[in-house]
Design a protein around this ligand. Structure first.
Ligand code: AMP
Ligand code: MN
Ligand code: MN
Ligand code: MN
Length: 279
């Protein structure tokens, strides 16, 4: 088994990259990809675990994009970390995120929610501060009943405390990833759109933008969704991928490799994805 989607404390997960590797080794995973949101900062620690490790470690990223008025996550796998352009591009994303976070603090203040920046930051791990950390701080300070409630009423898409910033286009995300020698994939399509969204049509468009495949396996897919996306990949001649989207304590109940217990991403998926590199 393999797991091609997980997060560390460098984005909104709670584990150190080294702990993810340890868990993967204990499980006997053949491969594990670290795909933190909009940052490469956890990858040196992660890849540093490769010598002597039986699990193949794959450097990745999950980039937040805007597509048809929704938030679409694009995964990049097999990134060449020597590609300076990619580092520059991701650094620039980080600066835009910081500016967005400053505006969100002001917005919350104007709504009568006096959170301190240090407070929000204290919930973040090592690098990036996202709405997941705002949600934890809002919960901790009693402005929301739970982090989920904070999203529902205060900082979720369209809520008064939300300042969007994901203006990265899927074409650009794919170009960044491909220029760094990687493959670009749509993350959890079954979890990203409104009901009855026509993924068959959208995926063909995304393929033309440089996406080679999408997650056909995912911790939160129903068997029906998995079957649908496997069928769609075959129909469109696109690659399969998948993983747990493990976040540590941020997403309780989800474990590396096995998701909620029954996730199984077959080993062949990795070989197929390798075949898509530079394709
Ligand atoms: P940001 O990139 O700062 O806008 O935050 C996006 C992150 O917040 C996502 O990657 C999720 O981890 C989390 N998130 C967004 N919407 C929700 C929601 N409705 N419920 C729970 N978590 C969410
Ligand atoms: Mn996340
Ligand atoms: Mn995602
Ligand atoms: Mn993810």
């Amino acid at each position: 088994m393999i797991d091609l989607h997980c997060h560390s404390r460098f984005s909104d997960g709670t584990d150190a990259p080294e702990d993810l590797v340890k868990a993967a080794q204990e499980l006997g995973l053949k491969a594990l990809a670290l795909t933190d949101h909009d940052t490469l900062a956890g990858l040196p620690d992660f890849m540093g675990c490769q010598p002597g490790c039986a699990t193949r470690l794959i450097p990745g990223i999950e980039l937040s994009c805007r597509f048809l008025d929704m938030e679409l996550h694009i995964l990049g796998l097999f990134l060449d970390l020597r590609d300076e352009r990619l580092h520059e591009r991701v650094r620039d994303l980080g600066l835009r995120r910081e500016e967005r976070n400053r505006r969100m603090m002001e917005r919350l203040g104007a709504l009568g929610i006096p959170l301190g920046w240090e407070e929000v930051k204290s919930h973040a791990g090592a690098d990036l501060v996202s709405r997941a950390h705002f949600a934890k701080a809002l919960h901790r300070r009693g402005f929301a009943g739970s982090p989920q409630d904070a999203f529902k009423r205060i900082i979720g898409d369209g809520c008064p405390g939300h300042v969007p910033f994901e203006d990265l286009q899927p074409e650009d995300a794919c170009r960044w990833i491909r220029e760094a020698g990687g493959v670009a994939l749509v993350a959890h399509p079954g979890r990203s759109a409104r009901r009855n969204f026509r993924w068959d049509q959208a995926m063909a468009d995304l393929k033309a933008m440089g996406v080679c495949g999408f997650e056909t396996y995912y911790a939160d897919y129903s068997p029906i969704e998995e079957r649908y996306f496997l069928g769609l990949a075959a129909e469109l001649g696109m690659a399969r991928s998948g993983g747990s989207d493990y976040h540590g304590d941020t997403k309780p109940g989800i474990r590396i490799g096995v998701g909620r217990g029954n996730l199984q991403v077959p080993d062949e998926v990795l070989d197929e994805l390798e075949g898509w590199r530079n394709a």
